[in-house]
Design a protein around this ligand. Structure first.
Ligand SMILES: [Zn+2]
Length: 87
């Protein structure tokens, strides 16, 4: 029961505005991120004063889907904040 999730940074951290992750325990993983124990990118965003928001999840996520979404680099298109019409 893993999910994929998309975090949105406001304001963006340099070129990074999103973080796409994969987890079997989204609530715990999100707490790790927000307390600075998740990915280095999210930690850097928090340290820079960005607000990090969980904007989207895909239930029944797989590593394959994660790789596919990451390769497409379509964070802004997948994000309901950046792209409310097409999310
Ligand atoms: Zn966004």
């Amino acid at each position: 029961m893993a999910i994929l999730y998309l975090l949105h940074f406001e304001p963006p951290l340099r070129h990074a505005r999103h973080y796409l992750g994969y987890t079997a325990d989204s609530r715990r993983r999100l707490q790790q991120h927000l307390s600075g124990h998740g990915s280095p990118l999210v930690r850097a965003a928090l340290a820079a004063g960005c607000t990090v928001t969980l904007v989207r999840t895909w239930p029944n996520g797989t590593r394959t889907l994660e790789r596919k979404l990451k390769n497409r680099k379509h964070g802004p298109r997948l994000c309901p904040i950046c792209n409310p019409r097409h999310a």
